[in-house]
Design a protein around this ligand. Sequence first.
Ligand code: UT7
Length: 331
Amino acid sequence: MKENYVKITATGTYIPPKILTNFNLEKMVDTTDEWITTRTGIKERHIVEETFSTSDIATLAAKDVLQKANISAEDLDAIVVATITPDMLFPSTACIVQKKLNIQKELFAFDISAACSGFVYGIAIVTSMIKSGLCNNVLLIGAETMSKFTNWKDRTTCVLFGDGAGAMILSKTEDKNENSILSVFLGADGKYSDLLYIPAGGSRMPASEKTVKENLHTIIMSGKEVFKVAVTKMVESAKKACELAGIKTKDLDLLIPHQANLRIINAVGERVEIEPEKIFVNVQKYGNMSSATTIIGLSEAIDEGRVKKGSKVCLISFGAGFTWASCVVRL
Ligand code: UT7
């Protein structure tokens, strides 16, 4: 029997047009452009309109990638959405995207909850689905409306996040030369689960007058602790993904680390043996878009011509849980 391989057919994005700058934030909380720039590298972030939900921006990213892949939505066998800001607890945002794409044929759809690592977890899951013969063309999306779960009175978190969506079509191929997914590495450690979380709205603390009054439906983070583990685990992950792909980090054409903080990106860059110009950075424009971050980075790198057919790219992510994940892809 022939072996199945997985190729990246196309990538796409949707970035909401509305921009919130550091100067806008200066008028909302006790902060300064100078503090945000020097501590995080972020200058601005994009925010959805009030009427927009995660499925709306996920659907727009899906339309972009379908057009670039030159395939019809009817050719898809599955839709997988990585998100921690779903439209609702259920049904999955993936099912809502299926409805918004007006797909008539039967397919399967589900969400992944692995915080900022969700998209790379998605690459691992979808790769297994395709290799096992379960499906041929899968739409994988990373989409977040972080602004909807932000406490706009908390200066320690509200300056950090942004909204956006990225999408990828992964397809079956029997030609080994077309194989795009050279390695995937996943990790998690739940002992850190109370360092970055949204306390209310789940079964432990359902919505009540008290949870709304105390802003418990928004992100709470112990920034310093997250920072330290993020650097360690992202460095480990980059090295591990390269080792599994049988290459050295210096053989990569581009490293796309999770974009939470420029200081984290620089610290990772120093510890991974790679030239600084091979490290992709867009945190200044978008802030931290959680699971949408790495796929938007990859899609932009392709559109900007920073990578081309045959380039080897390592994506690294880190987020709540804690979770971490990395992969090496060949375009
Ligand atoms: O997506 C998951 C991954 N997430 C991350 O990786 C985030 C990781 N953490 C970070 O990026 C950083 O820890 C932060 C950017 C969140 C914070 O930077 P920091 O250098 O660790 O600052 P800090 O929390 O130690 O705060 C330093 C000071 C504090 O004041 P005091 O206690 O020294 O008087 C804060 O109250 O800065 C103050 N501060 C601010 N000042 C102005 C915190 N936020 C702000 C702000 N504007 N927005």
